[in-house]
Design a protein around this ligand. Structure first.
Ligand SMILES: [Zn+2]
Ligand SMILES: [Zn+2]
Length: 397
């Protein structure tokens, strides 16, 4: 179905002004005022502060909290995100999160994914907002958000809130500083346009450019450079397979200021029940993808030159081990679940029994860790196996 090819829907005039008019105005006016009057560090620093306040309210609030329920937030934090998120001028939480849930559910579908990467870089970046592609709003996938008073208030008073945050606050800052025009241009206009485009990169570039270590089932990519620009959202391949994880960059060294902010909020009591995908599941996804790639490469190698039987056998043996590890893990998870049930019903049991449970828990933990380790080692072996495939191909060529 290619309905969008036949007749384009009408332009969305308000969005054209916001997404075309404002960048053009910024490109013309910001340098002109710079030449005429110049800017000082007060203005630059406030622009940067606003950029992060808006950006992280989108990533930490609109995205990870409201779209994915990756953690629970204190009402104070919700109000903070609702206000500064309105300042990002990317529509209300309700509209944004509903669109985003559709994007995850139907990723890459040319009709159902509102910013499908299949329709090109421009469409997924901002083309999708310039025309009324999606018709009447449909919030049927956001019933939970319609019960959230913060979300509802922000949705109902969106225009007033966004004007206050985008124009009101920069004006006040300008009065404080003395140069009203320069401050409004930098903190109001330039900051807004920059924040728009870095957020849009996640829908566009992060679906085109980067690696796919966790899944090849969709176009989402991991890209450390994009993470730097997008407050940590560049690890988009991970995010599309494990969307409920409060982290996007799961390694401690991966640049994800949004996950650090959420973890900090937990420390001070503003966030709780942070979702973390167990390491084993992550390793499983990486290996699954690696096996798929390895099989494909071996098939290619086999078509080019015979004599890959031993390598294929080795691969299948590794896959057998992988399946066994997964089965063991599933059994361990079930055991652990049973244990917690026993602990709940026998909360007043003897100390002896508690000690026994502690011991069992520790033993279970060790077995889980061993399994995780075995998957890590298997990844290494798979890498070595692939080196052999390349070597074989090079020899035969
Ligand atoms: Zn995406
Ligand atoms: Zn998402």
């Amino acid at each position: 179905m290619n309905g969008h090819d036949n007749k384009k829907p009408p332009l969305n005039v308000v969005n054209v002004i916001i997404f075309i008019g404002l960048p053009v105005a910024a490109l013309a006016l910001v340098p002109l005022w710079g030449i005429y009057d110049g800017y000082d560090s007060f203005q630059w620093l406030w622009a940067l502060a606003f950029l992060y306040l808006n950006g992280m309210s989108i990533t930490g609030g609109y995205h990870r909290l409201w779209s994915h329920n990756a953690y629970e937030a204190h009402p104070l934090l919700k109000w903070f995100f609702a206000l500064w998120g309105a300042g990002a001028l990317q529509n209300s939480i309700l509209v944004w999160a509903s669109d985003h849930r559709r994007h995850h559910r139907h990723v890459d579908d040319e009709v159902l994914d509102p910013y499908s990467a299949r329709r090109g870089l421009w469409f997924s970046h901002m083309g999708w907002m310039l025309r009324n592609y999606s018709g009447e709003p449909d919030f049927s996938n956001a019933k939970d958000l319609q019960r959230d008073p913060v979300v509802l208030f922000q949705h109902q008073h969106y225009v007033a809130l966004t004007l206050l945050m985008n124009l009101g606050l920069p004006l006040l800052l300008g009065i404080w500083h003395g140069d009203i025009i320069g401050t409004v241009l930098l903190v109001g206009l330039l900051r807004l346009v920059v924040n728009h485009h870095v957020t849009f990169f996640i829908n566009s570039l992060a679906h085109f450019w980067g690696s796919r270590p966790y899944t090849e089932a969709n176009s989402a990519r991991d890209n450390g450079f994009l993470a730097l620009l997008t407050y940590g959202e560049g690890y988009h391949n991970y995010h599309h397979i494990f969307q409920k994880d409060y982290r996007n960059g799961i390694r401690w060294w991966q640049w994800d200021p949004t996950k650090w902010m959420i973890a900090l909020c937990q420390r001070v009591g503003l966030a709780r029940n942070l979702n973390r995908v167990p390491d084993f599941k992550i390793q499983r996804a990486i290996l699954d993808t690696a096996f798929m790639r390895a099989r494909y490469k071996l098939e290619q190698a086999h078509a080019q030159c015979k004599g890959t039987e031993t390598l294929r056998e080795m691969l299948e043996r590794e896959y057998q081990l992988f399946t066994e590890s997964i089965n063991q893990w599933t059994i361990l998870q079930a055991e652990r679940y049973e244990r917690t049930k026993v602990q709940l019903s026998d909360a007043l049991e003897e100390q002896k029994q508690q000690l026994q449970q502690k011991w069992e828990h520790a033993a279970l933990h060790t077995r889980l860790k061993t399994l995780e380790y075995s998957l890590k080692m298997q990844r290494k072996r798979l890498g070595l196996l692939m080196e052999q495939v390349h070597f074989h191909q090079a020899q035969m060529a």
